[in-house]
Write a protein of this length. Structure first.
Length: 582
């Protein structure tokens, strides 16, 4: 991938735009930015509210907050890629009747307007593939605390940019509003459940626990298969969200019942697509809600990560709230290490724990204790040094070259578990990677529950940067979860043709909140993971809990392959700093 040209040089159309804007501001009362008059019953709900975005082209010049500040001379502008989004937190549930988009020249031809009660599960209230730019005054009908513009196709090679994002409506749920999640932590019953090596303790309760890393699965690989939830009291059901495992239903019904014996269909399909299916505009009444599967996509059974029911009535239990989202660019330093210790000293034991032992993924190194492979160099860097040297130990992997069962290489690995973990924010590190065949340096994160017994990949993994010596001009950012992991992880390379990343320091970073992650190299955003898109195409988002930081320099393994005759050792991975902002 080639980096985009600087905005000032590559976007001459913006010079004219800025001049026109300045003229508007200078004329003051003579020229007023267009804002259609709102009906008497509605009011502007979005101005000055908390707003977040998938990315910003320049967080200082074009922040997300500029789109809701009421100033037609300031704007939000995204990174140059799809999809991108801007969402506003109205502060409380509201009935949304109208959205006004005042586009800059970089507008969306394809986008959605969406509402959400929790900033996680979204309902489309407007969709177009033929956006015109300019000022769009769009009538909608939705309810939620959060409203989002979700851009899918850009009119230009640049990003998306809005002078103003105005949401009009009435506070409160309004007619038909007030829907809440009715299913969380409620009793669930199923036709069967699996409990074996393929899916341990995959009981019905796992589909209503708000944990996207646990699931229900049928033990019977036959039709029909079903699961129902007892809402605790009679309820009116308006929406059902099904987050499927790959063992999904192509044909199923949604049903309600007053007694869990006699069932009434409120939805039926023979074209189920799997992944995340949101079935809206339902109108059914009952105490029990059932997913009744009649045709499976594979020879296996039926399996759901989550089965969520929304509506009114029932006896709901409020799910745990998500942590607060940061506003990007995040500016409050919550963790940092500049590695300014004396030459040969270990990293700060108050911030880092040395993690000794054999590697995984068929790696060939042994991570040592002490300062031989892991030390500060006295010039502001942490050194993680990979060496070719034998370390006896039965826990070591077999070297594919020598066939020996002793480790042929040593290296270092540290993490912040027990010292620092965090949920959401901006994490970055400035690193000079190693670059010879067989080495695999990385800056990454694991879910903190991994240390308390949650197995990988159920804990979740966020790889901010990985590099393999055999691909000198690329680095990689990847997510791993139960539904997508290992070689099937969800990620992207960042490539600079003709560049060897091992020749210089580069800054690797991620912006992370409840709805997205955007990965950067040297400040250039190259990969955005949108939660909604991920859930609809790969599987659950498992990143709403604390993670800790890891730095290591692996040798060998499934991805880089083993060292060979071209490999040069020792090799030093240098880390200038690690910082986390919220």
């Amino acid at each position: 991938m080639t980096t985009a040209p600087p905005a000032a040089a590559a976007r001459p159309h913006r010079v004219l735009t800025r001049l026109l804007t300045a003229l508007v501001l200078a004329l003051g009362a003579l020229l007023v930015p267009f804002a259609p008059a709102a009906p008497a019953a509605e009011s502007l709900l979005s101005q000055g509210k908390t707003v977040t975005a998938s990315s910003t082209e320049n967080g200082v010049a074009f922040p997300a907050s500029a789109a809701v500040d009421g100033n037609a001379g300031t704007r939000w502008s995204s990174a140059f890629g799809d999809p991108q989004w801007l969402q506003v937190d109205l502060g409380a549930t509201a009935t949304v009747s109208r959205v006004v988009l005042q586009w800059e020249a970089a507008y969306a031809t394809g986008f959605k307007l969406q509402t959400s009660a929790d900033g996680s599960t979204w309902t489309d209230v407007y969709t177009t593939a033929s956006g015109t730019g300019g000022t769009q005054n769009l009538t909608v009908n939705g309810t939620g605390r959060y409203v989002r513009m979700y851009g899918t196709a850009r009119a230009t090679q640049y990003g998306y940019s809005l002078w103003e994002f105005q949401v009009y409506g009435t506070p409160g749920g309004g007619t038909g509003g007030g829907d809440v999640q009715l299913s969380y932590d409620k009793p669930a019953v199923a036709s069967s459940s699996q409990n074996d090596g393929g899916c341990g303790n995959c009981t019905p309760s796992k589909a209503v626990d708000q944990d996207p890393a646990t699931r229900w699965a049928t033990s019977a690989w036959s039709d029909p298969g079903w699961i129902y939830i007892d809402l605790g009291a009679t309820a009116t059901v308006h929406k059902v969200v099904l987050q499927w495992d790959p063992a999904y239903a192509t044909a199923y019904k949604l049903q309600v019942s007053g007694d869990a014996v006699n069932w009434t269909d409120i939805y039926s399909t023979t074209t189920g697509k799997g992944f995340k299916e949101t079935v809206s505009n339902l109108n059914g009444t009952g105490r029990y809600v059932r997913m009744y599967g009649t045709t499976r996509v594979s020879q296996y059974g039926y399996s759901l990560w989550e089965f969520q029911v929304f509506g009114t009535g029932g006896s709901p239990v409020t799910p745990p709230p998500l942590p607060p989202n940061p506003t990007f660019p995040a500016g409050r330093l919550v963790f940092g290490d500049e590695f300014n210790g004396s030459n040969g000293t270990a990293p700060d034991a108050g911030k880092w724990t040395t993690d000794p032992g054999a590697g995984v993924n068929n790696e060939l190194e042994y991570y040592t204790t002490g300062n031989k492979n892991l030390y500060q160099d006295g010039t502001g860097n942490l050194v993680i040094e990979a060496r070719k040297e034998v370390t006896p130990g039965s826990a070591c992997p077999r070297d594919p070259l020598s066939g020996s069962t002793v480790c042929q290489y040593t290296s270092g690995r540290i993490n912040t578990s027990g010292h620092f973990d965090f949920t959401y924010g901006h994490a970055e590190a400035r690193i000079k990677v190693t670059g010879t065949q067989g080495l695999w340096p990385a800056f990454w994160m694991l879910g903190s529950d991994f240390k308390t017994g949650t197995p990988w990949p159920y804990s979740g993994e966020i790889d901010v940067m990985e590099h393999v010596g055999k691909v000198a001009d690329s680095v990689y950012s990847t997510l791993h979860a139960p539904a997508y992991n290992g070689a099937g992880g969800y990620g992207s390379p960042y490539t600079l043709a003709g560049t060897d990343f091992a020749n210089a320091f580069h800054t690797y970073a991620v912006d992370w909140d409840s709805a997205h992650m955007t990965f950067y190299v040297d400040g250039s955003a190259f990969f955005t993971v949108d939660r909604t898109a991920l859930e609809a195409t790969r599987g659950p988002w498992v990143y709403d809990h604390p993670f800790y930081l890891i730095l290591n320099n692996a040798v060998g393994g499934d991805w880089p392959g083993a060292p060979d005759a071209t490999t040069v050792l020792p090799q030093k991975m240098l880390v200038d700093y690690v910082r986390v902002y919220q």
